[in-house]
Design a protein around this ligand. Sequence first.
Ligand SMILES: Cc1cc2nc3c(=O)[nH]c(=O)nc-3n(C[C@H](O)[C@H](O)[C@H](O)COP(=O)(O)OP(=O)(O)OC[C@H]3O[C@@H](n4cnc5c(N)ncnc54)[C@H](O)[C@@H]3O)c2cc1C
Length: 294
Amino acid sequence: MIQKPISELLARARRPLLSYEFFPPKDDAGMETLERAAHDLLPTRPDFVTVTYGAGGSTRARTLQVCERLHALGMNPVMHHLTCVGSSRDELSGILKTLHEKGIRNIMALRGDPPQGETRFRRHPDGFAYAVDLVRFIKKQYPDMCCGVAGYPEVHQEALSPESDLLYLKDKVEAGGAFVTTQLFYDNALFFDFVQRCRAWGIRAPILPGLLPPLSLKQLRRMAAMCKASIPAALAQQMEQVGDDKDALEEVGIEWTVKQIKELLAHDVPGVHLYILNRSKAALAPALKACFSH
Ligand SMILES: Cc1cc2nc3c(=O)[nH]c(=O)nc-3n(C[C@H](O)[C@H](O)[C@H](O)COP(=O)(O)OP(=O)(O)OC[C@H]3O[C@@H](n4cnc5c(N)ncnc54)[C@H](O)[C@@H]3O)c2cc1C
């Protein structure tokens, strides 16, 4: 089935969209966990879902398998992530051809992170150095593909400056990026400032805030370090106070995210994208249903 472009959903929406991000699991047990999460979250009626693309190996082919599985489970449209890591133009062309033939019309176009064990991104000799090149490549071959691009409220770790980061984000949008999804953040003030700076630079595309409900202090610190996101003192304090109580930690994390969502919705965001890491805690779906009530 040919999927609807997300750009169309955003243009027509009379309410904020809700989306989830999944990643391809390593094994059957992981797939079962993913399917359970998808099943639990289906009643929240997500407007679209996305599936990440690994740094290499067999997880790459699994991105498409997971897209197809989520589609079969009733989550539509499904956005397939794609990166420039380790791929030549011919290889990327082949992947795009397959995705297009399968009816996929939404791609999150990324440069990608260096593969595990490597510290710097290395462009494939016949590939691309930046996401903007991938966006151009996709739009040239398949003008009907909707491309999403990544944005960084706290500035990408390799950016020369906050200004250059925005300049290159503007390039991605002008090359055909229909909307921006942000890196995760725990402090809405950083997002509001980012949107303001984007608008001042003339970036007009919808900007979807990306949120990850923190489920433990350890996970919070790991994800924040990995994504260069700052941790608000109040959130760390609340998590420290509940100690090792797993349920209480999850409750604090979900409450924090719900508070973030409510404030974002009050500021008229075009949608909210949740990095759910293939898991749905019992309290999450009802809380989201209440926030979006559609
Ligand atoms: C919503 C979202 C989804 C993601 N999904 C995945 C995924 O599925 N798989 C995965 O591997 N990673 C994923 N990532 C991580 C992403 O790949 C990394 O953050 C990566 O380091 C940068 O990707 P990008 O597309 O933002 O790169 P780019 O936009 O190319 O930017 C990378 C860096 O180069 C700079 N830059 C850009 N253009 C130029 C230029 N022309 N000249 C000089 N400097 C330039 C930018 O300022 C930035 O510092 C995701 C990130 C987000 C926010």
